[in-house]
Design a protein. Structure first.
Length: 301
């Protein structure tokens, strides 16, 4: 059991309200997102269901934030009370590895979509050519569409790439410093990593996106929306969301480190955050190569 005499290496948690509360929050947030984008009421001024209303989405998001704080807080309490035995610790590591693997497949789907748009964005009849190589070359020659002005990858995107690579170095430094008992170095490494994560997000969402020469949306509706724009913003935007999540993850680890909750022997929270951050770094390298550099070089040729 969770308390009392333990006769095995496994930890059986006490009954918890958090799974149910998380389900309610996710449902409310999902309905709220539909309301925000499409609306569920003919009256746009409807406070809860009118098109463009943020009420339900923010309510669901607030429930999810409270759930994260409460649920993960309980996990921390279990760890500090000795419930996380070596066997339980291995299970936590496997769980984090599987979570990152699922995130990898998530981005595999986005890259699949991006290459699908790059290769099949034209008329399928255009694919009646002798060989696959010729068809691929012809598709890439017209991707992005000729009227789309892509970003120069060697300006802001390259700066963001260097920022993420540097942040991967600082988080590794923080992890190694904690393992060797250097709490000051670990704290400084985490502070730098969080600051670099915030800088990356500000450059992407606050500087790069507003300067984009294309938009997200349906090109038939109007404006400068293109298929390339839709695939670009979906791929980079979801990565940006992961950067924000990872930054919050590392900020929480920084607060826990300053509170003395990490030791050289027991700090899986920081280790898991470092794994997640390295995953975000690697995904960005693929995005930088295939979403920024390749289309830009194609248009230059």
């Amino acid at each position: 059991m969770a308390h009392g005499d333990v006769k095995h290496d496994y930890h059986l948690v006490n009954p918890s309200p958090w799974p149910f509360v998380a389900s309610v929050g996710a449902f409310v947030a999902a309905v709220g997102a539909v309301v925000l984008m499409r609306g569920l009421s003919p009256n746009d001024n409807d406070f809860f269901f009118g098109h463009g209303q943020w009420t339900l989405f923010l309510l669901g998001a607030a429930i999810l934030v409270i759930t994260c704080i409460g649920w993960w807080g309980d996990v921390i309490k279990e760890s500090r009370s000795g419930d996380h035995t070596p066997v339980v610790d291995i299970g936590l590591r496997y769980g984090m590895i599987l979570f990152i693997a699922s995130e990898v497949m998530f981005f595999v789907a986005w890259f699949w979509m991006f290459f699908e748009m790059a290769i099949f964005h034209g008329n399928r009849a255009d694919w009646l050519v002798p060989t696959w190589d010729e068809a691929t070359a012809a598709a890439w020659a017209n991707w992005p569409p000729p009227h789309v002005e892509t970003f120069d990858p060697f300006h802001l995107p390259l700066i963001n790439t260097l920022i993420l690579l540097l942040s991967g170095t600082t988080v590794t430094w923080a992890h190694h410093a904690l393992q060797t008992g250097d709490r000051k170095g670990a704290r400084l490494g985490l502070i730098l990593t969080v600051a670099l994560g915030i800088l990356f997000s500000w450059i992407q969402f606050g500087v790069e996106y507003p300067e984009a020469g294309f938009a997200f949306g349906n090109p038939e509706v109007g404006g400068n929306a293109t298929v390339y724009g839709a695939s670009f913003f979906m791929a980079t935007g979801f990565h940006g969301a992961h950067v924000v999540i990872g930054t919050i993850f590392l900020a929480v680890c920084l607060l826990r480190l300053m509170a003395g909750q990490f030791t050289p022997q027991k700090h899986f929270g920081l280790e898991a955050a470092a794994w997640y951050w390295h995953f975000v770094d690697v995904v960005w390298l693929f995005l930088f190569t295939f979403v920024y550099v390749t289309p830009y070089l194609t248009m230059q040729n």
